[in-house]
Structures are given as structure tokens and as C-alpha cells.
Design a protein around this ligand. Structure first.
Ligand SMILES: [Zn+2]
Length: 370
């Protein structure tokens, strides 16, 4: 009797766990955090964060913005100062794998080649790739400015640019043993510039879609998937979403031109706009992304579950899940995270909180579905 009772308890526990896990997996196949890759000095702290915070919340996907923060062997000239080593990356991947977490490394391609007054490494080392070389970086950045400079872009039609960026993509995917790569490709304001000798006069949607397809095809040849942010694929005028989380610069028809296996990370931070439905109806798989408003994130979790449950069988499987995005480096995020008291979260009158509060609230909401 005693052994039978123990066996029965084990069977119940096992089936209970499997059933709970499978319900969560079926409603939210992707449960993600996107954040900058840590500095070498913070790798060990970040490993603890993975083990103690991500794994218990059943986070299963970690997008790490690496960019030039790696000791690239293929292009050492593009390394940041103080970059991650192979050993650092092995620590991160080992912790993630042990916790059932899939790491997807990110390098910003096409846009985000500068920030404020700083030119990032690709265009600093290879200025010939600059889509707008006549736009000089200001000593002190302000927005708006006469050049409409938000971030620099590389020219997608420069004959030499892909050899270099694909070397980085391949090396970082190998280092992280990744099955997917996130190329960013958000907020590309400089594209098809009228002064670019290669791009002038060309359709910006076609230029954008062709670059997505180039990156996708490069990855697909190695059995890997491409993830991108979704803003350039939404019409900022007709949706009312504006020129940042959607496009005012003619790129949005690319939604009908890009390959259907590109995964779209659809970010909306101020309101839970429901453009995930548009992407799914276009045949694209989509993840809804939040940032610093807990109430928005909680509504987005409900919406995602409802889209998944309430859609046609054809569309349902394209609603992949949720992602919390953190736009600071790891160090301030971890400081805020460990100071943040989950029992007394600080949320201001505009509903804005530290992203760590939104992260906790989002995953509290997701785990209610298990
Ligand atoms: Zn160009």
C-alpha cells in the first residue's frame, strides 16, 4: 500500500507538472526578455539573475543585444572596448540551457548605427557604408534637428557591407549556439536617401524588404530564423501609431514583401495597440512587446491569450507570445531590479514604472494561465 501510494503521488506530480507546463506553452509559446548583453564584469551577476529570476518565471527566450560587445575574431576592428569573451558567452549559454532558455543574440542591422552624438563601430570604422555621409554627427545631439538625424543607417546596396556584417552575425550565432538571430531593423529613418548614389529614387519598402530578405536568406541557409522589430511594417498614418512605433517613411508596404517565416516583435509601450492581429492576418508570426507600463503589459498578456484562443486555426498559431523589453544596460537594470520592492512597486501618475516592475507584473500575469 505504502509503495502504491508513493507511486501514485509521483504519477500525479509528474502529470500535474506536464499538464501545467503544456497549457502555458500552448498559450504563450514564447515568454521572452530582451535586454543588453551584460558587461564581462556583470556576467556572473547576470547568470544568477537567469537562475533565480528568469527560470522560476518560466521565461524561455532571452534576446541579448550584443552588437559590438564581443571579442569578434572575424573583425577585431569592430570590437567595443571591454567586450565579452568566448568564456563569458559560454557561462551565459550554459546557464540559459540548464534553465530551458533559448538565447537569441542581436546585432542592429540597417538602422541604429549611431546614437545621439556617437557613431557606432560599423560606420566609425567603415564610413563608406554610411547611407548619409553628408550628415555630420553633432557635438551635442538634440531632437528635432535640421538633418532629421535620429540614428545613422548603413546603405543596404553598398557592395561590401554584407560580407562584413554577415561575418559578425555568423560568429555571434556560433558563439551563442543560437537557432535564431535578432537583427533589430527598427526605427530606420534614413533609407533610400535622395543623395545616396545607389538608393536614390528606389522604393523604400522594396529597399527595406530586400534587406530583410537578404538577412533572412543568409540565416535560412544555416537553418536559423530571423527575428526583427515590427515598426517599419506598420503604416503610421492609417493606424494612428505615428512615426516611431510605426512608419511615416514609406517602408510599411514591406509587410507584404518580406518572407513569412520572419518573426515580428511588435512593440507598443504606451497603449496596448492590437497590431499583432494585422501581422498574423498577413501570415507573419508575432510577439507582442512591452516596456515600462505595467497596466499596458497586463492588458497585452490578456490580448495575446485571447488572440491565441479566439482566432481561426490558421491564425492562432502565429500569436507566439510576449516579450518584456529593457532599454538600459544590464547594470542599472539589475540595480533597479534588486532595489525594487515587488510588494510596493513605484508607478507614477502616467502609469510608468521601472521596467523591472513591468517585467514582474507581466510574468505574474502570464503565469496565471498555467
Ligand atoms: Zn544607399
Amino acid at each position: 500500500m505504502h509503495i502504491k501510494w508513493i507511486l501514485a503521488a509521483i504519477v500525479c506530480l509528474c502529470f500535474g507538472t506536464v499538464a501545467g507546463q503544456s497549457k502555458l506553452d500552448s498559450l504563450f509559446p514564447v515568454r521572452a526578455l530582451a535586454i543588453a548583453a551584460p558587461t564581462p564584469q556583470n556576467v556572473d551577476s547576470f547568470v544568477v539573475f537567469i537562475q533565480q529570476e528568469l527560470v522560476p518565471r518560466k521565461v524561455n527566450t532571452l534576446i541579448l543585444r550584443v552588437d559590438f560587445n564581443y571579442q569578434y575574431k572575424s573583425h577585431p576592428e569592430l570590437r567595443d572596448n571591454n567586450p565579452l569573451t568566448e568564456k563569458d558567452v559560454r557561462k551565459l549559454t550554459a546557464a540559459a540551457k540548464a534553465g530551458g532558455i533559448n538565447i537569441i543574440p542581436q546585432i542592429n542591422l540597417l538602422g541604429h548605427q549611431s546614437w545621439a552624438a556617437e557613431t557606432y563601430n560599423l560606420l566609425a570604422v567603415y564610413p563608406q557604408f554610411d547611407e548619409t555621409p553628408w550628415v555630420k554627427m553633432p557635438a551635442k545631439y538634440v531632437w528635432p534637428n535640421t538633418d532629421s538625424l535620429y540614428c545613422k543607417s548603413y546603405c543596404p546596396l553598398h557592395p561590401d557591407v554584407h560580407k562584413i556584417v554577415f561575418d559578425l552575425v555568423d560568429e555571434i550565432c556560433t558563439a551563442f549556439d543560437a537557432t535564431a538571430f535578432h537583427a533589430g531593423m527598427d526605427e530606420v529613418f534614413y533609407i533610400g536617401d535622395s543623395k545616396c548614389p545607389r538608393c536614390k529614387g528606389k522604393d523604400k519598402a522594396v529597399l527595406y524588404a530586400d534587406e530583410v530578405k537578404r538577412v533572412r536568406d543568409h540565416l535560412a541557409a544555416k537553418g536559423k530564423k530571423l527575428w526583427i522589430w515590427g515598426d517599419r511594417l506598420l503604416d503610421g498614418h492609417s493606424t494612428g501609431l505615428g512615426g516611431w512605433e510605426a512608419s511615416f517613411n514609406g517602408t510599411w508596404p514591406a509587410i507584404d514583401l518580406i518572407p513569412k517565416d520572419v518573426v515580428i516583435c511588435d512593440w507598443h509601450y504606451e497603449r496596448p495597440d492590437k497590431s499583432a492581429v494585422l501581422f498574423a492576418a498577413k501570415g507573419l508570426s508575432v510577439i507582442t512587446c512591452s516596456w515600462n507600463r505595467p497596466a499596458v503589459a497586463e492588458q497585452q498578456v490578456k490580448d495575446m491569450a485571447n488572440f491565441r484562443i479566439g482566432s481561426s486555426p490558421e491564425m492562432s498559431g502565429r500569436f507566439l507570445g510576449m516579450m518584456e523589453t529593457v532599454w538600459s544596460p544590464v547594470t542599472p537594470f539589475l540595480h533597479a531590479y534588486y532595489k525594487d520592492d515587488p510588494a510596493h512597486p513605484v508607478i507614477n501618475e502616467k502609469g510608468i514604472s521601472n521596467p523591472s516592475t513591468t517585467f514582474r507584473k507581466m510574468f505574474d500575469a502570464i503565469l496565471q494561465y498555467q
